[in-house]
Design a protein around this ligand. Structure first.
Ligand code: BES
Ligand code: MN
Ligand code: MN
Length: 459
């Protein structure tokens, strides 16, 4: 490990410079205007994996390309699949960024840019630790399959086909993803569970165009009023989701797990402070951590409707739209939840309005065994790099590939987040601590070594 550690230390500044180049590419997967930029980001990843000494190809999909790299020369050693995404969320709201989202800037030891932590910076820790091994030792201690995609932020809709078509080539013992967070500053974590998600949109349509609210108001249903009512119908006063069937398949938490989570060093006041809220809010009977990681939710992500300009305007809007996502927990079926939502809205839609229900994407939740040998290897690697014992946590976010890796390739995933949940991922002023970047890269380098000692699963 010494040669690898020296290489990492000697090249640390260059890694930051290269990460800045990566972050300058506005690879916003949701926006068709950025199609060319998304491809440039893919090529950037390809070039860096190739320079590290991996065999790399760009795989075309119906959407954005997938980068597939591999190095399979470690005889008798296990094979690790590394997944990450090079696409980023839209940078909006633009005027809230202190420095522009695609002009990476270092402030107070943090690198600020869209994608700094989610997920370019975290992807880069693995790319550079692989480079360090290859350049300093001429080999890796494990075999690797690297899959870096460009559609994670829009639901990974073309990834499963790639995994299915390359099932044999991608055969592996375990997967590694750094696309989550540490438990807190200086407190690294291994995430053994994620929530799933379903995303949809509802539009209510009334009159065939906006009409005068004095002339027609009171005589026809107002789509914005009705949308508000539909949204209000999603929860009861105990914070429970009222969509019939929503909780039917939820696996209850075990008392042992509730005990373990309650022992985590979590401070409510710090949590509230970091968000600037006076109180937490959610489903009765559950702690804040349980609400975030282990309970299903239903939330409106955005509403569109009516006049948005300056000053008043007296209209009955012709339509109103809400974007809605539900977070799912183990055993909830995304298709079933989507259907339950649609039925719920159809039942409540007033007769004078037309409802359009659009589904976007979905993936189930996953929880892994925190006592596996792979988890033990990750724990040792993290301890070596952070000088702190990691805690075992779940997270509330979703990474669609995790379920696919289990379903299609049959492997569990090690979710090793080097970022912080306070890094403003998806929001303005996203950043990544340069210290976390450095320690993440070091932990990654240790991980390959630790995983080389785990047994190759018979396959
Ligand atoms: N990296 C996040 C997921 C995440 C962040 C998990 C922090 C745990 C902690 C990922 O890029 C993401 O944003 N996923 C989307 C899912 C998707 C289908 C759009 C999400 O969770 O909203
Ligand atoms: Mn991510
Ligand atoms: Mn994300």
């Amino acid at each position: 490990m010494q040669h690898v550690e020296r290489y990492l230390a000697d090249n640390a500044d260059r890694f930051v410079d290269e990460l800045k180049q990566f972050l300058r590419i506005p690879s916003v997967s949701a926006s068709s205007a950025h199609r060319g930029d998304v491809r440039r980001a893919a090529e950037f990843v390809r070039d860096h994996l190739a320079a590290a000494g991996l065999t790399v190809q760009i795989v075309e999909t119906e959407g954005h390309p997938i980068i597939h790299g591999s190095w399979m020369e470690a005889k008798d050693a296990p094979t690790v699949l590394v997944y990450g995404h090079y696409d980023v969320q839209p940078p909006d709201p633009l005027n809230e960024w202190v420095t522009p989202p695609f002009e990476p800037t270092v402030r107070d030891g943090c690198l600020y840019a869209r994608g700094a932590t989610d997920d370019k910076g975290q992807v880069f820790t693995h790319v550079k630790s692989l480079e360090a091994w290859m350049k300093s030792a001429g080999r890796l201690p494990v075999n690797v399959q690297v899959v870096i995609e460009g559609e994670e932020e829009v639901g990974s809709n073309n990834l499963d086909r790639f995994l299915e078509q390359n099932r044999d080539r991608l055969r592996c013992d375990v997967a590694v993803i750094s696309d989550t967070s540490q438990f807190g500053p200086g407190q690294p974590a291994i995430t053994y569970g994620l929530r799933g998600i379903v995303a949809c949109e509802i539009t209510l349509r009334g009159a065939n165009q906006d009409v005068h609210s004095g002339v027609f108001g009171g005589s026809i249903a107002n789509p914005v009023n009705s949308l508000a009512k539909l949204i209000a119908s999603l929860h009861d006063d105990n914070g429970r989701v009222t969509v019939p069937g929503f909780y039917d398949d939820v696996t209850p938490m075990s008392p042992a797990e509730r005990d373990r989570l309650a022992k985590l060093p979590f401070d409510e006041a710090t949590f509230r402070g970091s968000l600037g809220v006076a109180a937490t809010h959610g489903e009765s009977g559950f702690t804040t951590i349980e609400r975030r990681w282990c309970r299903p939710t239903c939330d409106v992500n955005g509403i569109i409707g009516g006049y948005q300009g300056e000053g008043p305007k007296t209209i009955i809007p012709a339509k109103a739209t809400a974007k809605i996502t539900c977070r799912l927990v183990p055993n909830q079926n995304p298709d079933k939840i989507m259907a339950a939502l649609q039925t719920h809205f159809e039942r409540l839609c007033p007769s004078g309005l037309k409802l359009q229900f659009t589904t976007y994407h979905g993936c189930p939740a996953h929880v892994f065994d925190p006592t596996s040998p792979f988890m033990a290897a990750a724990k040792t690697a993290i301890r070596s790099a952070f000088d702190v014992e990691p805690v075992f946590i779940r997270e509330g976010g979703s990474i669609p590939v995790v379920g696919s890796l289990k379903q299609i390739l049959g492997v569990d995933t090690l979710l090793l987040g080097w970022g912080q949940n306070t890094d403003n991922l998806h929001g303005p002023n996203e950043h990544f601590s340069l210290d976390d970047f450095r320690r993440g890269t070091l932990a990654s380098a240790h991980l390959w070594n630790e995983l080389s000692r785990t047994a190759v699963v018979a396959r």
